[in-house]
Write a protein that binds this ligand. Sequence first.
Ligand code: NAG
Length: 537
Amino acid sequence: MKVVLFVLMAIIAVSFAATNFVDHRSGHIVIKPTESQNSKLFLKGSAFDKVSLKNINDVQVSNIITHVMGLLPLNNEEVSGLPAASIFNKPKLNLFFSVESVSSDDLVNSKIFNSESMISIEKTFTPQDLISELTTIVTGVTPNVHGIVSSNWINPTTGHKVHAYEKSTQSSAANIAYLANASFNGKSMIISSSADKKSASATGIHTGVSSLYKDADIYTYSVRPSGSVLPIFGSNGNDKLSLTNNQVETIIYSKEFQQFILPAGWKATFSRGIFTIVDEKGNVNKIDFDQHETGSFLTELVSVFNIVKTIKTNEHFKALAADSIPDFISFDFASISRVRESQGANSDAFKFALALVEQTIQSTITQLSGVYGDRVACEIVALAPKHAFTEEQIEKLESIVGEHTHDITETLPHIYVLPESSEKVDDICQQIQSSIPSELSAQCFIHTLPVSFLQDASGSAPAPTQTPVPSDSDSSASGENPIIATQNTNRIAAFQIFLFFPIVFALFIGGGILYIMKISFTAQSDTLLYRSSQRQY
Ligand SMILES: *[C@@H]1O[C@H](CO)[C@@H](O)[C@H](O)[C@H]1NC(C)=O
């Protein structure tokens, strides 16, 4: 009986692996709009001169970046149409931007997001969630591999809500920042910043082991509710780019910051916490620094400005930029999505905010290109707004699921059936599938039982001791009881990061000596091997 059960579960697990279902994380039911917008990709810098892509899959975006940086790819989804990476002129900086919640309609008048160079990012998975999609873009794998099914989720067996990118809910797959760190022996400068902790974690390095940061130049920052800009994991080594609330305000007053974020012909003044902007036609918009939503929008821009300025002027950072080891910097603009959600895409507030973000991106590219002698490859991802369910759709779904689920307005597109109604999952799902509005579709999933439950039921030996996951003080409100599945995925992560790369390198060196010799002969100085052996020239 036990064996049959296990075989059955293995089959279930394998068949679901092909979808984007993540056991113990995804909803029992996932609602999918039949039509949804694609995110857009824009490539800047001479490394991309000859690229004329129109479409790319979400899992392929990372391959463009690894290709120009001369890194091994994170998956084997080859992208056709990429020019041979120039050995002599490899970028020394990869600059990655993501802007959350902008649709292509929002970008019609844009200079930097111009439609000729717009590449559509085709989704290879559902459901849609910005953190989940961003993670897919920077890891090159779908949620069933990286495990970030959403910005937060409910553990279907315990009923507890958890947030992505806490200690026990990290991505199980390495992203480009980890790859750059591993490939360049930890000598790269790696910076990531966002108003949103999850977005900064998704694109940067987010491990909780602070000793790894001690001597490394790894900086991952987010904006705190207090208004300050602080490292995501506190450690002595990586607070060089921190800003207190007062420092943020001082920067907002400065002409230099205002020039950095304002398009040509615009003016601004800052007084009593109100940042007043006048565009070139005389239209006025006010941003309240003391209100959390708009304040964090301004602070996010301040953080970008401060990082760029520090790289230009601080001796330590100047030296890092000048050395031969490529760097990876990512800026995510998260708070603009809250402006769009609360004020609407047609509001002045959103239009002004988008213009400021664009100018900030433009200034960052220009100034860092100066620092890096134009050897900058830059990718900008405009993440499409998440599907907004209408009140009608929500009411319809609520009338079907009744009292058996967690509040679906909090969890859509996932629907989690309460543990006490778990035997009704099938019924509820069938009802949804048969009466769902035609513009939506529903997928149903069965979660496996936790291993401990199986062992208790069968009376066998207790589960092997699990190392308890220390609770993150930052995440106490959202702490998940560490469950076995999560720990398994953490082990997969450790494998990918600490074992996967050495193995690939061994294969690369053992199997490809000829290939390496060829590179060394043609390139003499500027190859991955030279650079990762710390040679300075
Ligand atoms: C970065 O790379 C170095 C050298 O490979 C390694 O020791 C360190 O653990 C890495 N850091 C992270 C956060 O992965």
